[in-house]
Design a protein around this ligand. Structure first.
Ligand SMILES: [Zn+2]
Length: 461
């Protein structure tokens, strides 16, 4: 008897472990099955299977971007529009991981818990998704980027709606190029650069350095400096693009004085700089409508004095995702609190099952309202007295800051501009990146300008 009981204990433990495992597996299956079913490594989804009966994807004006007919997945008849919307809509494959057709594949195709993806056709309930984007604004971004690789993000900081989320290079989902894997022109074509890539932010990071200073001392904008075109920090030079002479913070931001912001960075110290960068999204991934952004990086723990000084002007090892830049700029436009965007405007109720508010990152205070107001004044001044208001837009009132981030010693640089409009009927925040564009002012601003014009037409027509 005693022996039997002794032996039964391990058996009981094994039985308990088995049931615990079973419960764990079942819970996971219930909560994650539809995700697993549409994972890229699920080979049978690498073709269009699952999309033959899927619902429509439409833009904000009801323009149909993707639909299914007679067991085939089809896209808008306009080839340029197909290419302009590729990274948002997706193609028949699941290569573009952040595309709606990849993210919501199981829902669009009518995934069912009992049948999996093998739902009998008569029971399929694929529904439609309406996006917040305007396909004509996407088209304007594609045309403005031309042969450059780059990314454009534009969204409404009051309603959160993304009007434009464009990335190049792109391709036609109905005629996918055969040499896409080998032709250099298509390098990274599966990547939505606005969401999934990071780049040195260059001078656009001076906004964060200015914020850190204003958060410490609200009078910091009065700080004066004599720029001789260069300064020495940690035994090595920090050079400016021009000699600015006697300036305060307004002048330093306007003329993008490296020496001013490098000295300011050193005075603020690593803790304050790191703290403000983290408040502005560095080190985290944003999440909206189930889509996750790449993580932006600000890590000065190993930086020497000179490297740390460079970090404050967006060089050194600083990397930023274009979407993060738009989100941190939204905080300046919105009284210090960030606005997380959204891409999906409407979803058939059968698709919305299982969506939770957790799918979106919540708003975060990135700076005091007082700091945000001062930043707004400085970005307004930068456009009014340096770039030229009409150079950015004739129809919208734009506040902005450019960046030209050097990526190699031969002067090759990524071009950036980020900013926002103050128009009540068209409150937009934006970030534009042009890879190897070499000048934020000459190359990134015209892209932003063209896209903002299209956005104004979209809202005002
Ligand atoms: Zn300078």
């Amino acid at each position: 008897m005693r022996n039997t009981r002794k032996r039964s204990i391990p058996v009981l433990m094994l039985t308990l472990a088995f049931f615990a495992g079973l419960i764990y597996f079942t819970l996971n299956l219930v909560t994650h099955a539809s995700e697993w079913a549409s994972m890229p490594y699920n080979g049978h989804l690498s073709d269009s299977s699952g999309l033959e009966y899927a619902g429509k994807i439409k833009d904000r004006n009801g323009v149909v971007l993707a639909y299914s007919k007679k067991g085939k997945r089809l896209y808008n008849e306009d080839e340029e529009l197909r290419r302009a919307c590729l990274h948002v809509v997706g193609d028949d494959s699941v290569n573009i991981s952040t595309a709606v057709q990849t993210m919501y594949r199981s829902k669009l195709s009518g995934y069912d818990f009992v049948f999996g993806l093998g739902v009998p056709d008569r029971l399929k309930k694929g529904g439609d998704i309406t996006l917040t984007i305007d396909s004509e604004v996407q088209r304007a971004a594609l045309r403005a980027l031309g042969d450059y690789r780059g990314a454009v993000v534009v969204y409404n900081y009051k309603t959160r709606e993304i009007l434009c989320l464009a990335s190049t290079p792109t391709y036609d989902p109905m005629n996918k190029p055969e040499d896409i894997e080998t032709n250099e022109a298509y390098e990274g074509a599966y990547l939505n650069r606005a969401i999934s890539a990071t780049y040195a932010p260059g001078s656009t990071f001076k906004l964060i350095t200015a914020e850190a200073a204003l958060e410490k001392d609200s009078e910091a904008y009065k700080r004066e400096y004599d720029c001789s075109g260069s300064t020495e920090i940690g035994g090595k030079a920090i050079n400016c693009y021009e000699v600015s002479g006697h300036i305060d913070m307004f002048g330093a931001l306007r003329e993008s004085c490296n020496a001013y912001f490098a000295e300011l960075t050193v005075d603020l110290g690593k803790d304050r700089m790191t703290d403000q960068a983290q408040k502005c999204g560095f080190g985290k991934r944003w999440k909206f409508d189930g889509i996750e952004t790449a993580r932006s990086v600000y890590d000065v723990s190993q930086a020497n004095d000179n490297e740390f000084a460079w970090s404050g002007v967006g060089q050194y090892t600083v990397l930023e995702c274009p979407m993060n830049m738009a989100i941190r700029t939204s905080a300046i436009a919105n009284g210090g609190v960030s606005v997380t965007p959204k891409l999906i405007s409407k979803m058939d109720s059968s698709l919305a099952d299982g969506m939770t508010p957790d799918d979106n990152s919540s708003p975060e205070r990135m700076m005091s309202s007082q700091t945000a107001e001062k930043m707004k004044e400085m970005m307004d001044d930068t456009v009014a007295n340096y770039y030229g208001k009409s150079y950015l837009s004739d129809e919208l009132d734009v506040c902005a800051k450019t960046g030209t981030a050097e990526i190699s010693d031969d002067g090759t640089a990524h071009a950036w501009v980020t900013g926002f409009t103050t128009d009540e009927d068209c409150p937009l925040v934006f970030a534009v990146l042009v890879e190897r564009g070499n000048s934020g002012y000459k190359v990134a601003i015209p892209v932003a300008s063209a896209v903002l014009s299209a956005a104004a037409r979209s809202y005002r027509s």
